[in-house]
Design a binder for this molecule. Structure first.
Ligand code: AMP
Length: 180
């Protein structure tokens, strides 16, 4: 079986946001069946949905894996729990959130695992980092590329997403190294 390519979104807005994102990277990289192929820049982003919370750090990882989508989700949730995933309220502050954005070209509508992730097209904090790694990837629900979906978002939303650190994320003391 050929490995599948998947994109994983990472976000944190509680505690040491950079450290949580770095740890998420290191723990994904440490899995025998996951190979990190690329890392986007780290963005600081204004919250959406529930506005009364601190800004997030967001990034996207491109991976190759022989895990099934369900097993990858389970591992992502293990990483979240391992890093003390704390959610103060739905859509609210959280130490670490990992979302599977795309898994190859799989489409799946189960509540436990929806693929592609259902919120991609409305979220500048996903589309901006994802467009660095896969600008031409076509979102099957919209028949449009990631770059096009980003350009379609209102400017106010795109302005809420600011590049904070380049893809090495200040790599000298990054756990596991961030040069994927
Ligand atoms: P949240 O904490 O808001 O990221 O939501 C987590 C819930 O979304 C979990 O119950 C997951 O099973 C479910 N979920 C559905 N699709 C996905 C996906 N593509 N990636 C991550 N979680 C997902």
């Amino acid at each position: 079986m050929c490995p599948a390519t998947a994109f994983i979104g990472v976000g944190s807005n509680l505690g040491d946001r950079l450290e949580y994102c770095r740890e998420a990277f290191a723990l994904l990289q440490s899995h025998d069946e996951i190979r990190l192929k690329a890392v986007s820049a780290l963005y600081e982003t204004v919250p959406v949905d529930f506005l009364g919370q601190d800004r997030f750090y967001n990034a996207v990882f491109e991976i190759e894996t022989r895990l099934s989508p369900e097993a990858l989700l389970e591992y992502c949730q293990e990483v979240e729990r391992g890093l003390g995933k704390e959610i103060l309220r739905p859509k609210g502050p959280r130490t670490l959130d990992l979302d599977i954005l795309f898994f190859q070209d799989q489409v799946c509508r189960a509540p436990r695992l929806t693929l592609p992730h259902p919120e991609i097209a409305k979220r500048a904090f996903v589309l901006a980092p994802l467009s660095e790694l896969a600008p031409d990837l076509i979102h099957p629900d919209f028949s449009a590329s990631i770059q096009t979906l980003l350009e379609r978002l209102p400017e106010a939303q795109r302005k809420g997403v600011k590049k904070q650190l380049e893809p090495g994320w200040e790599s000298e003391d990054a756990p596991g190294g961030l040069q994927a």
